[in-house]
Design a protein around this ligand. Structure first.
Ligand code: X8Z
Ligand code: ZN
Length: 612
């Protein structure tokens, strides 16, 4: 939840996402207070100054309460966090409305950008009605807590937490056991459904008071372009990746058919969602052994290497930190090591879903994880630290600019660094003794594609669902069926069993109860390959981009830092251009990275019927 940026409390308040456009629905909602023509550009500046100060003051205690809640879920921490988050969200929503009184005042570009950011920076805006605002905060905190405390009990004595269940999803090859875990985790979410529907209604009211049609328009309008143009951009990017995804899907389905039988995995339709190595079928790298090439290839097993070298949770984080310092970034502060949560506490419920925090916009950086000692989690640690180093890079910007260029950038930075965890790098840090030669690359690329390409349609569909939920096109009765329609349409996966009428499967994915927008991860999967390609060039790496590591390159670090320092002071297109020379998001970078694998997949798929 790096979206949390500085403060998790801001999930529902000023997430400070970017937005420069003024949607056509903007209205002067302050009519009747002060006549717009009496206001001046100087008034606008004063308003922004005061608003920033006020928000800053409110968000500090809200952030500390949120941290306490998420690392110790109980009634007291829930009450405090709901109270403080309501104070913050309601005031931020008021200020966002007030900003509209400058709609017809001529102001400079910087002031206009800040006014727009105030209006678009809320994720779940609160309505003016105090009761509704309080209810919204309560619902947000309850849903988060229900997810965090969620467990599946096989019997009265035997319960599983999500971390344990996720490990089984990754490692078990027993279809019955996988199905049990898959279904078991989804028992957590039916009680969320009514609360979720109520929350949608209240937040929509908040969005309407700001002049948006609904929360969907607010979310889609935070990308420095009109909301509908942004949706078209996503389609364009997805069209670039789709043929590759279909080829991967085809090969994986064939191999799963060999593993589990074609009665379990029919070769014409979507793949049952419990067999792909992940609770949500969003990344598939864990089933590499099932789908790997026939010829024996040497592919480094990072999990095994970590174990052989005695890496514990802290050592994994230190290693990740040292990648960033090798680029020229300052080490993390001592308080990071004292205050972060690295391991799942045995004695209490916590929100295990990984997140990165900046509690004071100065130096109080932390991560909150329940680290598993695996290669997958080693990458997640880099992901989280990417958030922290970004936060620190833009800390001197004014409050409204303390965010990433767009939210996809925040999610992409740590992943970009993790793309540099190549065999060459692993050898350099002593985790492996030899670098497999190039004839093994197909194996490495396949493993990587199972995570990165497989994720792309999932990254897209979560908000395709939510946007329609907010707009009312999907009603609460249709929540679950619409979810599975999208899962099938984009991912070609299906529920392994008929779903109950009260099922609420979207609620079993963290970001839905937590109200974390998800399109950011889709964007990040496109952007990280653009960043990696460019940084490799700057680092002077001559080889193929999938073998490149920017480790130790101060030049790459400096170029990256220049972009990070900008925060969201400029439209994201400018930030992108500052690093890559072009202001366009472009999926050719991810396509080029995996190009050798596409040829291999096409060969494997000869004679197979692909698609679903
Ligand atoms: O939620 C996350 C990060 C925290 S911002 C661990 N991610 C998404 C997910 O887990 O669903 C990273 C990739 C996608
Ligand atoms: Zn993140």
């Amino acid at each position: 939840m790096g979206q949390t940026l500085r403060l998790s409390a801001l999930v529902t308040a000023m997430a400070l996402t970017t937005a420069a456009c003024t949607p056509s629905s903007t209205k002067d909602t302050s009519a009747g207070t002060e006549a717009p023509q009496q206001l001046t550009a100087a008034d606008a500046k004063t308003f922004i100054e005061n608003a920033q100060q006020e928000i800053e003051k409110l968000q500090r205690p809200a952030a500390h309460a949120e941290w306490a809640y998420q690392t110790y879920i109980n009634q007291d921490t829930a009450a405090v966090t709901a109270y403080l988050s309501e104070k913050l969200t309601s005031r931020a929503s008021e200020l966002a409305k007030e900003a509209a009184k400058f709609n017809n005042v001529e102001v400079d570009a910087d002031t206009r950008r800040k006014l727009n950011l105030m209006r678009n920076g809320l994720v779940m805006p609160a309505p003016a009605d105090a009761k509704l605002s309080e209810r919204l905060a309560q619902l947000g905190s309850d849903l988060n807590g229900m997810y965090g405390a969620g467990k599946y009990c096989r019997s009265e004595e035997e319960c599983f937490r999500l971390t344990e269940m996720s490990a089984i999803m990754a490692n078990s090859r027993d279809a019955d056991e996988l199905l049990e875990m898959w279904q078991g985790w989804r028992e957590v979410s039916p009680p969320m459904k009514d609360l979720y529907a109520e929350q949608v209604e209240i937040a929509n009211k908040g969005a309407q008071e700001l002049g948006f049609a609904d929360v969907s328009e607010l979310w889609r309008g935070s990308y420095d372009m009109p909301a509908d143009d942004f949706a078209n951009e996503l389609d364009r990017l997805w069209n670039q990746v789709e043929p590759f995804y279909e080829a991967l899907h085809c090969h994986v389905r064939a191999k799963l058919g060999e593993q589990y039988g074609t009665d379990v995995v029919p070769q014409q339709g979507p793949i049952p969602a419990h067999l792909l190595g992940n609770m949500w079928a969003q990344t598939w790298g864990n089933i590499y052994d099932v789908v790997k090439p026939e010829e024996p290839l040497e592919v480094i097993d990072v999990t095994a290497a970590l174990e052989q070298h005695g890496y514990d949770e802290i050592k994994m984080v230190k290693q990740a930190e040292s990648f960033f310092t090798s680029l020229g970034f300052e080490p993390l502060p001592e308080t990071f090591w004292e205050r972060s949560q690295f391991q799942q506490p045995a004695d209490r419920d916590v929100v295990c879903h990984a997140s990165a925090w900046d509690l004071d916009d100065k130096d109080d950086l932390r991560i909150k994880m329940c680290i598993q000692k695996t290669g997958e989690e080693f990458a997640v640690i880099h992901h989280e630290l990417g958030h922290n180093f970004y936060q620190r890079a833009y800390k001197d910007q004014p409050l409204l600019y303390r965010g990433s260029a767009n939210d996809g950038f925040h999610e992409a930075i740590g992943d970009t660094i993790a793309l540099s965890i190549t065999p060459k790098y692993l050898k350099e840090i002593g985790l492996v003794d030899t670098v497999p030669d190039a004839k093994n690359d197909i194996g490495m690329l396949l493993k990587q594609a199972l995570d990165k390409i497989a994720f792309v349609p999932f990254g897209l569909l979560v908000d395709q669902w939510r946007w329609k939920v907010f707009s009312g096109e999907i009603t609460p009765e249709q929540y679950n069926t619409a979810w599975w329609q999208l899962r099938e349409k984009y991912q070609g996966v299906k529920a392994p069993v008929e779903r109950d009428a009260d099922a609420f499967d979207p609620g079993a994915k963290y970001h839905v109860p937590a109200n974390t927008p998800y399109t950011r991860y889709f964007l990040a999967h496109i952007l990280q390959f653009q960043f990696h390609r460019e940084l490799c060039k700057i680092a002077g790496d001559q080889g193929p981009v999938h073998r490149c590591s920017i480790y130790n390159s101060k030049e790459a670090g400096e170029a990256l830092n220049t972009m990070l320092e900008m925060g969201q002071s400029r439209p994201w297109q400018d930030a992108l251009e500052s690093l890559t020379g072009s202001g366009q998001m472009d999926a050719t970078a991810i396509m080029d990275y995996f190009a050798p694998l596409k040829a291999w997949l096409d060969e494997q798929n000869q004679g197979r019927t692909c698609g679903w």
